[in-house]
Write a protein that binds this ligand. Structure first.
Ligand code: NAP
Ligand code: GLV
Length: 328
């Protein structure tokens, strides 16, 4: 009989992560290209010691309350708003995430969306494919210059900081609003400012805060109204940080110039109001999706789970207070 503990991997992750986990545990991996239903998830978690989870798994209080053997939830993401941390902590379940390894890829995505909207790249691609390109002309499809403009970064942590450093490469002025100063962004010449000033003075606004009760709908009708009429909003954080209906109204009414979005309130469903807007680029939550980054995330998610179940300190723990240091 196999006496090694069992771990559930709720969606396929890169092989390097699975192979690392296989050295220590019996692996129960969902090989389908769909999320497990709640009932199936609970069935598989019965008797399992750990779960490697993805953002689309809702580990809410009700589900966590039903877990009897699970000691670690290793989220394959830096954001952990899909997990009720308080409920996990109360139950003594360690929650881990994958910070740092996806910072550069996600910052690249934010800048990619910014450029795509400002320079009308996706709109132009649509036109070319429809056979509507009639040749270069002096007044044809002008976009907005990026170099030398002002970017406002909301949430100057790891990814916000990496966006700031890229923006400096474009010769942009950097304003930032965050819970506290970021010394690295300061050293790049970034200016720590109140949210209101950032919104009023930025040509581009990049959202890089985690989703929390404080940041839900941080950008609503009032904030959008404060932005410049040509400003472009880039959201690689979480959909819920922005009031989507207010954003659609602002875009339709010309209150802001455009938006580059990677994240949505009800993924994978997208508010259809966005579809008819030419000045919006919609990416399907690709921020960390490079082969290299996903492999690093797989390794870190595996190392986190292994460490917890071996009674060691995991490389990145969310709820430090429940760390158990005994080997199973
Ligand atoms: P991070 O290093 O924790 O940075 C977040 C920053 O936001 C921190 O500086 C934090 O301040 C600040 N912050 C938190 N609450 C705030 C508030 N109410 N007002 C102002 N600032 C606030 O996290 P990260 O690694 O950069 O990741 C940020 C988020 O990006 C993740 O949580 C996730 O939602 C999202 N993300 C998306 C993708 C994607 O695929 N699109 C990929 C990766 C991450 P403190 O330092 O005081 O906590
Ligand atoms: C992706 O959205 C993440 O939080 O890692």
């Amino acid at each position: 009989m196999n006496t090694r503990p069992r771990i559930v991997i709720t969606r396929r992750i890169p092989d390097n992560g699975i192979e690392l986990l296989r050295k220590h545990f019996v692996i129960d991996v969902n090989k389908t290209e769909k999320n497990l239903s709640r009932r199936e998830l609970l069935r598989r978690l019965e008797g399992a010691f750990g779960a490697v989870t993805v953002l689309s798994d809702a580990f809410d209080r009700e589900l966590i309350g039903k877990l009897t053997t699970v000691r670690v939830i290793s989220n394959f993401a830096v954001g952990y708003n899909n997990i009720d941390i308080k409920a996990a902590t109360e139950k003594g379940i360690v929650v881990t995430n994958t910070p740092g390894v996806l910072t550069e890829a996600t910052a690249d995505m934010a800048i990619g969306l910014l450029l795509a909207v400002a320079r009308r790249i996706v709109e132009g691609d649509r036109m070319v494919r429809k056979g509507k390109f009639r040749g270069w002309a002096p007044l044809f499809m002008p976009g907005h210059e990026v170099s030398g403009k002002t970017i406002g970064i909301i949430g100057a942590g790891r990814i916000g900081g990496a966006v700031a450093s890229r923006a400096r490469g474009f010769g942009m002025k950097v304003l930032y609003y965050s819970r506290r100063r970021n010394a690295e962004v300061d050293s790049l010449g970034g200016e720590f400012v109140p949210l209101r000033k950032l919104l009023r003075e930025s040509d581009f606004v990049s959202l890089n805060v985690p989703l929390s009760d404080e940041t839900r709908n941080l950008i609503g009708k009032r904030e959008l109204k404060m932005m410049k009429p040509m400003a472009i909003l880039v959201n690689t954080a979480r959909g819920e940080v922005v009031d989507e209906s207010a954003l659609i109204s602002a875009l339709k009414g010309g209150k802001i110039g455009g938006a580059g979005l990677d994240v949505y309130v009800d993924e994978p469903n997208i508010n259809p109001g966005f579809f008819s807007l030419e000045n919006v680029v919609l990416a399907p939550h690709l921020g960390s999706s490079t082969l290299e980054t996903r492999a690093r995330m797989a390794e870190l998610a595996a190392l986190n789970a292994i460490a917890v179940l071996k009674g060691r300190r995991p490389p990145s723990v969310v709820n430090q207070e429940v760390m158990e240091l005994s080997e199973i």
